[in-house]
Design a protein around this ligand. Structure first.
Ligand code: SAM
Length: 271
């Protein structure tokens, strides 16, 4: 397994808690806030990116639930802020089951607190670079029936896996045991086609490298599309965050300039 030291404990901040701060949440510490503010100083649009990413996640989960998906494996699930996957899915399918998976122990313990007494959802700590540890986890085996379609969510997480081959292999291994009719949902940081000044990008990456155990990399639309090889893409395909089936209640921050959202996303179905 790559980087056992990357346990979310070895550095002062974590991606989960920085993201929580960007979303206006309260599940973060001083080091997380300082890292988040350093990033926002360089790229003031990042909190909007977080909010648009979260809105995509909600739309995708609603879509899957409306297509009859009743079980979700949410890998890189983060801190359980408002509009959790289980809440959204259960609005449509009350019996929906969810396993949240994250490398950050704080994200997992907060999730477990929130889910106390809920028999249809749980959270486990695991590293997606070791996909088998997720698939073999007894909690996952208990809640997810691999003979039935699953919604595999990897939203805003693969950009924390720097090695291209490791990221692709993790997606392939997590998809391998899923049955026909299962879905893959991905969003990913990307600066492709972006008009803004990116001269500070290296400095922003350096903040994550210095303060967190999960440095980030950006990938192109074409690279993100490769995660869906062998799957049928759901319309509108691989697009920018605000372009994936937007609804009237969604944020309008990037509607007129989707490439500036900083995130690419797609949903695919296993046939
Ligand atoms: N998926 C949620 C969303 O889109 O709202 C949260 C995304 S948050 C930006 C990224 C999450 O991925 C963080 O909670 C971080 O701890 C987690 N993460 C990063 N690297 C990971 C890894 N190798 N395995 C599991 N989780 C990871």
């Amino acid at each position: 397994m790559a980087g056992v030291a990357n346990d979310g404990n070895s550095k002062p901040a974590t991606a989960a808690r920085i993201y929580d701060f960007h979303l206006g949440g309260t599940h973060n510490f001083t080091a997380d806030r300082e890292a988040a503010m350093a990033i926002t100083k360089m790229f003031p649009f990042v909190p909007l990116l977080a909010r648009n990413n979260r809105a995509f996640l909600r739309r995708a989960v609603r879509h899957l639930a409306s297509q009859g998906i009743t079980q979700f494996l949410d890998v890189g699930s983060g801190i359980p802020t408002e509009g959790n996957v289980h809440e959204i899915a259960q609005e449509i399918v009350p019996e929906a089951r969810v396993v949240y998976v994250d490398i950050d122990p704080v994200a997992v313990s907060e999730s477990l607190d929130l889910l106390a007494g809920n028999h249809n959802a749980t959270a486990i700590r695991a590293d997606l670079r070791d996909p088998q540890s997720i698939l073999d986890n007894p909690q996952v085996r208990k809640i997810i029936d691999f003979d039935q379609p699953v919604g595999l969510l990897m939203v805003a997480v693969l950009h924390f896996v720097a090695d291209d081959e490791v990221a692709s292999q993790s997606v392939r291994e997590l998809l391998a045991p899923l049955s026909e009719g299962s879905y893959l949902v991905i969003s990913h940081g990307s600066a492709e086609g972006m008009q803004r000044d990116l001269t500070n990008l290296d400095d922003a990456q350096a903040v994550y490298k210095r303060d967190t155990a999960t440095p980030f990399v950006l990938r192109s639309k074409a690279q993100v599309a490769t995660y869906f090889e062998g799957l049928e893409l759901v319309e509108p395909g691989v697009v920018w965050l605000p372009e994936w089936r937007p609804g009237a209640d969604d944020p309008q921050d990037f509607t007129d300039r989707p490439t500036e959202s900083g995130g690419v996303c797609a949903v695919g179905i296993l046939r």
